[in-house]
Design a protein around this ligand. Structure first.
Ligand SMILES: C[S@@+](CC[C@H](N)C(=O)[O-])C[C@H]1O[C@@H](n2cnc3c(N)ncnc32)[C@H](O)[C@@H]1O
Ligand SMILES: Nc1nc2[nH]cc(C(=O)O)c2c(=O)[nH]1
Ligand code: SF4
Ligand SMILES: [Mg+2]
Length: 212
């Protein structure tokens, strides 16, 4: 059974695929925070910008099988068929790797999707993923040391960018930490990229656009 907070169609806002139409499939629960505001100060990950509690969002629910989940994702896709684009699903959360398994990835492939994941990197991946974005969190050991995007929220005391440069990721991205200091964090991220051009800026463009 898969517990899903919400399923929605929008543009990928972040990382190397920013601007790409995608279905977002948001899994409930995370291993680094309960999702309750009252617990945030004792969470491993304290800056989360997302509500991933429950199954009550648009398109959310409990899906008994991988095929039922993949059908719900396929229903959310609104793109017209074209030889130049494959339907794209971003599995996120919460922490999707608590639930996303090889049968779910296979069922999404059977529906014609390219399958991406946004993960905190603390759990192993199922077979078959087409795109892996790891976003490390200070104080949480990264076990996924290879992938496509390494997208570091910046700044994070205890997780400087240098720690991740030798891992086997194709792209290194710095994403300013949203919150009360977002303007200063954005300036700091720009300055870091200018001085260390192996890193490129990732903005959360959906927040600027006012879309989901
Ligand atoms: C909500 S998380 C869900 C996926 C997974 N648990 C993870 O942390 O990568 C999705 C993305 O949002 C990023 N994110 C969460 N809170 C943020 C914040 N306050 N500012 C910038 N990025 C944030 C995460 O680092 C991650 O890249
Ligand atoms: N548009 C949009 N792009 C995103 N990229 C990663 C997201 C996430 O919450 O994982 C996200 C999101 O919530 N919305
Ligand atoms: S690991 Fe991801 S989902 Fe979990 S609390 Fe942190 S940002 Fe949110
Ligand atoms: Mg988000």
């Amino acid at each position: 059974m898969y517990r899903i907070k919400e399923i929605f169609y929008t543009l990928q806002g972040e990382g190397s695929h920013a601007g790409r139409p995608a279905v977002f499939c948001r899994f409930t629960s995370c291993n680094l925070w309960t999702g309750r505001k009252s617990d945030r100060h004792r969470a491993v990950c304290q800056f989360c910008d997302t509500d991933f509690v429950g199954t009550d969002g648009p398109g959310g629910g409990r899906f008994e099988t991988a095929v039922e989940l993949a059908m719900a994702v396929a229903e959310a896709w609104q793109g017209l068929p074209h030889v130049r684009s494959r339907p794209y699903v971003v599995c996120t959360g919460g922490e999707p790797l608590l639930q996303l398994d090889a049968p779910a990835v296979a069922a999404l492939h059977d529906e014609g999707f390219e399958v991406a994941v946004e993960t905190n990197g603390t759990l192993p991946t199922p077979a078959g993923l087409d795109w892996i974005c790891v976003s490390p969190k200070a104080s949480a050991e990264v076990v996924l040391t290879a992938g496509d995007d390494l997208k570091l929220v910046y700044p994070q005391p205890g997780a400087p960018p240098e720690c991740f440069e030798d891992m086997a990721f194709t792209h290194l991205r710095l994403q300013p930490m949203d919150g009360p200091d977002v303007a200063a964090n954005t300036r700091a991220a720009v300055a870091y990229c200018l001085a260390h051009p192996q890193w490129q800026l990732s903005l959360q463009t959906h927040k600027y656009l006012g879309i989901a």
